[in-house]
Design a protein around this ligand. Structure first.
Ligand SMILES: [Zn+2]
Length: 367
């Protein structure tokens, strides 16, 4: 395991300042001082001929077998949604049952290489379980700040992997606790802890880039990809993957990436021109709940030409039932990707020629 020697720096997605490789849990320092947290994106030397088109920060990272997930062709669902083709990218096939494993592999490996002894994170779900598992694999401690309403099976899975859990009443109350562990006690940040928030460590987010290459290999170049989003690590990481493929000459255009939310956050942030607000709403889609969003989500939409789209709990529930009738289990927030298709069609983003991938982030096995 070693850092990729071709990683040359990190660039702020707002002010474009370039920083040397390192651990910036709070994103761009200059933008943070200005009260406007912004993610950093990794920069690499151009790949030599024959090298992988999608470089990652940590080479020979700790693995539990994440990635290379199935991408299922779903003609019946395509017909029901009135689009040309529809695939389901089954991130539930990752070792702990969600896309988070891809990020954990890179992030926990980096924590180990940086000499950290523990990783601290705020999560009541898939991220916490995934980080706990990868920390166990790496021989690191995991400190997870959960909410009182954390699903019992999520809690049990984190404990089984040896994580230390601290319980909070309120989602935002967890962040100062994680901030203290990272700023004062040397913990390595496994999630955001700022408010307004910033994306997770840029090295972790890079772990999502291979999703783009896997989709390209299975489906060719789709027109549209629909991704459930909360703080937007996943949609941003997938966007970075497609951009890297375009730079490498593997594709000529980017697919549009659309962000699915349980209630309107990104559309309101986009209208406001910033992602610093709180846009509250109630939802049973706990993996994508919360009133905040991030600049990196807005960047993913802007760079790919995608749009924010809402899918409420009722529509997501109907989509979950439809998936179940075809033998596919989906967490409610994952089924929301399918539930969002009619609204995208109504908005003119999709039509009968569209080639669409819906990312199923988790199967809800612990929900
Ligand atoms: Zn900046």
């Amino acid at each position: 395991m070693l850092m990729n020697p071709r990683l040359t720096g990190l660039r702020c997605i707002r002010c474009a300042q370039v920083l040397p490789p390192g651990d910036y849990f709070e994103g761009c320092p200059a933008c943070l001082r200005a009260g406007d947290p912004a993610s950093l994106e990794c920069l690499y030397e151009p790949a030599p001929a024959g090298a992988a088109a999608l470089p990652l920060p940590v080479l020979d990272a700790i693995t539990l077998g994440e990635g290379a997930t199935p991408c299922l062709d779903m003609p019946a669902l395509a017909g029901a949604a009135h689009v040309g083709r529809l695939w389901i990218k089954c991130e539930s096939a990752n070792p702990t049952g969600s896309h988070k494993d891809r990020m954990s592999a890179q992030l926990v490996s980096r924590a180990k290489l940086a000499g950290a002894r523990r990783v601290a994170a705020a999560s009541s779900g898939n991220a916490g379980v995934s980080l706990a598992a990868y920390c166990a694999a790496a021989g690191l401690e995991a400190d997870i700040a959960i909410m009182r309403g954390c699903p019992p099976l999520q809690r049990a899975a984190m404990l089984a992997f040896g994580a230390r859990l601290t319980e909070f009443e309120d989602s935002l109350a967890r962040w100062p606790h994680v901030a203290r562990l990272c700023r004062e006690e040397g913990a390595f940040a496994g999630t955001n802890y700022l408010n307004p928030p910033v994306g997770t460590h840029a090295y972790g987010v890079e772990g999502y880039k291979p999703i783009a290459a896997e989709i390209l290999q299975t489906c060719g170049l789709p027109t549209d990809i629909v991704v459930p989003a909360a703080r937007g690590d996943l949609i941003w990481g997938i966007a970075l993957g497609w951009e890297a493929l375009r730079r490498a000459g593997a594709i000529e255009r980017l697919p549009r990436l659309h962000a699915v939310e349980p209630f309107a956050r990104l559309s309101r942030a986009r209208a406001a021109g910033h992602a610093r607000g709180q846009w509250l709403g109630d939802t049973a889609q706990y993996s994508t709940a919360g009133g905040t969003c991030t600049l990196q989500s807005l960047a993913a939409l802007a760079r790919t030409g995608g749009m924010p789209v809402e899918a409420g709990d009722q529509a997501a529930g109907r989509a979950r039932d439809m998936l179940a009738s075809l033998g596919i289990a989906a967490e409610l927030s994952s089924a929301a990707a399918l539930a969002a298709l009619p609204a995208l069609r109504l908005a003119g983003a999709l039509d009968a020629e569209s080639r669409v991938v819906a990312v199923l982030t988790s199967d809800g096995r612990r929900g």
